[in-house]
Design a binder for this molecule. Structure first.
Ligand code: SAH
Ligand code: SF4
Length: 358
């Protein structure tokens, strides 16, 4: 019987040191995993053969394989990954800025962001979200979260010490998988691993207010992004059903308690849907709601898909909404639709795979 083995990527360096004897081997193995991106034990040349054999009997390394890859003309790459149990989820590699050269010398490195998934499917059931349509299958393990970043860095020949930002905005609600999420955050942060500090990691949540508090208490230094999307509870509950249990004011209160780097702001994501929440009245309420919070608003165009009644707002309405916020003192950006020619919002590559024969 092929029993599923845990992955070495599930563990922090300290945990590996308590499992692998002698402990200094754990440190070497950690280097092979995070600096050399090895995927099989025989590549770990300085590790004795007996230990390699023992490890391979008890653990696997990479729990993912690339099932599908789509490359956009703007450099965005969407990966559909298959897990050990055959389930699939997706990860997006986003190129945020190009390399800048002066006199042939690299003066600024390209900036990359990895958008990772935290679950297969999602329990929250937002009415606008394609991931929600497939229901919830299971949480991702910490190793499955970690492996997404390793796999896309490796696939893009991105050395371990080149910087990436991580956004937990792929499939799933990260705070609904808090233990594995925070384990992955810690593994990413290890200075002897990928060394991705908290300030380079942003957890996007639909607003589980009690879990925002829990994450804050752990003081990992991560950023949070709140998927707000509506300024009154009736509409927000229509869009995000669990708003009944975690309403707008409970979320705002939790945000106010969250430890935030004094130089940083909390991001509020506002998905703009035509004739639902794109009016100036809503913008006005948003300004009021966020007063007293060091906030930054990111407006997102609703990205339609077959079978949805919601519509994409006009560019004109989007810009007017932004202008209102900016004129009233709020920082506000409009999210550019990276990878729009492949399948813009997270969750959509998988659905395409499932529903469309191409
Ligand atoms: N569950 C978390 C993180 C994953 S969703 C959350 O909800 O914040 C990531 C982002 O994709 C969210 O901001 C969500 O609003 C957005 N999204 C979902 N469906 C979308 C669609 N059809 N068009 C545009 N953005 C969408
Ligand atoms: Fe889940 Fe986020 Fe999609 Fe809502 S928007 S169903 S919370 S993934």
């Amino acid at each position: 019987m092929n029993q599923l083995k845990p992955s070495l990527l599930d563990f922090t360096k300290e945990e590996l040191a308590s499992k692998i004897k002698p402990a200094f081997r754990a440190k070497q193995i950690f280097g092979w995993l995070y600096h050399n991106y090895v995927e099989n034990f025989d590549e770990m040349q300085n590790i004795p053969k007996v230990l390699r054999k023992e490890l391979s009997q008890n653990y696997l390394i990479n729990p993912l394989k690339i099932a599908k890859k789509e490359v956009s003309s703007d450099g965005t790459i969407k990966y559909l990954f298959e897990l050990q149990d055959g389930k699939t989820m997706e990860t997006v590699w986003l190129k945020m800025k190009d390399d800048i050269y002066e006199d042939g010398k690299l003066i600024q490195e390209a900036k990359y962001t990895v958008c990772v998934s935290s679950q297969v499917g999602c329990k929250v059931g937002c009415s606008f979200c394609l991931t929600a349509k497939g229901g919830f299958t299971r949480d991702l393990s910490a190793g499955e979260i970690v492996a997404q970043v390793l796999a896309v860095k490796k696939d893009n020949n991105h050395e371990h010490n080149r910087r990436v930002n991580i956004v937990y905005m792929g499939m799933g609600e990260p705070l609904d998988n808090l233990d594995n999420l925070t384990q992955a955050i810690k593994i990413f942060q290890d200075e002897e691993g990928l060394a991705i500090s908290g300030k380079r990691q942003t957890v996007s949540t639909s607003g589980l207010s009690n879990k925002i508090d829990k994450l804050g208490e752990m003081d990992l230094g991560v950023h949070i992004a709140i998927s707000l999307h509506a300024v009154d509870d009736a509409l927000r509950t229509e869009l995000i059903p669990m708003n009944k249990a975690h309403n707008i004011s409970s979320i705002i209160d939790a945000v106010k308690r969250f430890p935030i780097d004094t130089r940083k702001r909390v991001m509020f994501e506002y998905l703009v849907i035509k004739d639902k929440n794109d009016d100036i009245g809503s913008a006005k309420k948003l300004v009021k709601l966020l007063s007293g919070i060091k906030a930054k608003v990111n407006l997102i165009y609703f990205n339609p898909y077959p079978g949805t009644d919601y519509k994409r707002p006009s560019r004109d309405d989007m810009v007017k909404f932004q202008e209102y916020l900016v004129n009233h003192g709020l920082l506000c950006t409009i999210r550019d639709s990276k990878g729009i020619d492949i399948s813009a919002a997270c969750g959509q590559l998988k659905e395409k795979e499932l529903n469309v024969t191409n």
